[in-house]
Write a protein that binds this ligand. Structure first.
Ligand SMILES: [Zn+2]
Length: 307
């Protein structure tokens, strides 16, 4: 299984357009040791020829251009077979609207995520220019199912969606029920030919027993690295909400993911979906050293993982 990180940042990217925090300001002025990052998305392939995207970030056009394997090989075409959505946040879905150039799309999402994107959304009509422009395939939590190529033939992969504590995207708050378990999922991909597993969990509000179980046996775990601490946005006065309010378990602290996941067996453990405020973005920071000492990696745009 090949994994290519197309984008590793949380919503807003790094640096973020309206932010002059120590990281964003420092990045622009060349004062910190760090790399800019686009918004979170990965490309995944079992055979090196057919590709699947996980999430469609607002940066999708530039992300596709930066990775040769995703370029069309003839006429109007794409090696991208389908796109998986882990939740309905705009940093995961907005890129779909950028793929409106008269091309059929296959999207995997839970019922809640599909409804959140399609219902009452006048912009979705741009993906309904012709019949069957979009084919939705439903991710049912806890059911392992074959991943199909765009033409319906089986790929070498299966996927299991795992419901994870999360929250509604901001634009749906107050409009739809927030109690659906499938508003946010992690994805466990298994390659049939060799049994290798990728566990992809970019937004985890709380580390539940089902999250633990889904990481079991994975060769690579990619996990929510949004915030280092609970008060990362509230302490500097950016937003009066904690990391947990925003449905992200912080990385640091005694209840953080670094501590909670210290015993998982995966040989590759990678934090992704990293907010621009997170101190572990700075390669010489104390926090980065703690991450690396625990044998975790911090995803970067262009990172490749072979499983
Ligand atoms: Zn910032």
């Amino acid at each position: 299984m090949f994994v290519r990180v197309l984008g590793s940042a949380a919503g807003g990217g790094f640096p973020q357009w309206n932010c002059a925090c120590a990281n964003c300001g420092g990045m622009r002025k060349g004062l910190i040791t760090a790399s800019p990052r686009t918004e979170e998305s990965i490309a995944l392939s079992a055979d090196g020829t057919t590709w699947f995207l996980i999430n469609a970030s607002p940066d999708i056009r530039a992300q596709i251009e930066r990775f040769d394997a995703l370029h069309p090989r003839q006429s109007r075409s794409t090696p991208i077979q389908a796109i998986f959505l882990t939740n309905g946040d705009l940093d995961h879905c907005l890129g779909l609207l950028s793929l409106r150039e008269n091309h059929r799309l296959v999207l995997y999402a839970t019922d809640s995520v599909r409804r959140g994107f399609t219902e009452g959304n006048v912009l979705y009509r741009t993906l309904q220019r012709f019949a069957d422009q979009v084919t939705w395939r439903t991710l049912k939590p806890d059911v392992e199912e074959p991943v199909l190529l765009a033409d319906g033939r089986p790929s070498e992969l299966t996927v299991t969606a795992v419901a994870v504590p999360g929250k509604l995207p901001i634009h749906l708050e107050g409009l739809v029920s927030s109690g659906e378990a499938d508003v946010n999922v992690g994805l466990r991909f298994r390659q049939l030919t060799n049994g290798n597993v990728l566990a992809y969990f970019p937004a985890v509000g709380r580390i539940t027993s089902s999250v633990f179980n889904a990481l079991e046996g994975a060769g690579c775990v990619m996990f929510d690295g949004t915030f280092w601490s609970s008060d990362e946005l509230s302490a500097p006065g950016f937003l009066a909400k904690s990391a947990e309010d925003l449905a992200h378990c912080p990385v640091g602290g005694s209840e953080g993911s670094l501590s909670m996941l210290s015993n998982i067996a995966a040989p590759r453990r990678v934090f992704i979906h990293i907010n621009n405020t997170n101190p572990m973005l700075r390669e010489d920071s104390r926090e980065r050293k703690l991450v690396e000492a625990a044998r975790w990696e911090v995803a970067w745009d262009g990172m490749e993982i072979l499983l």
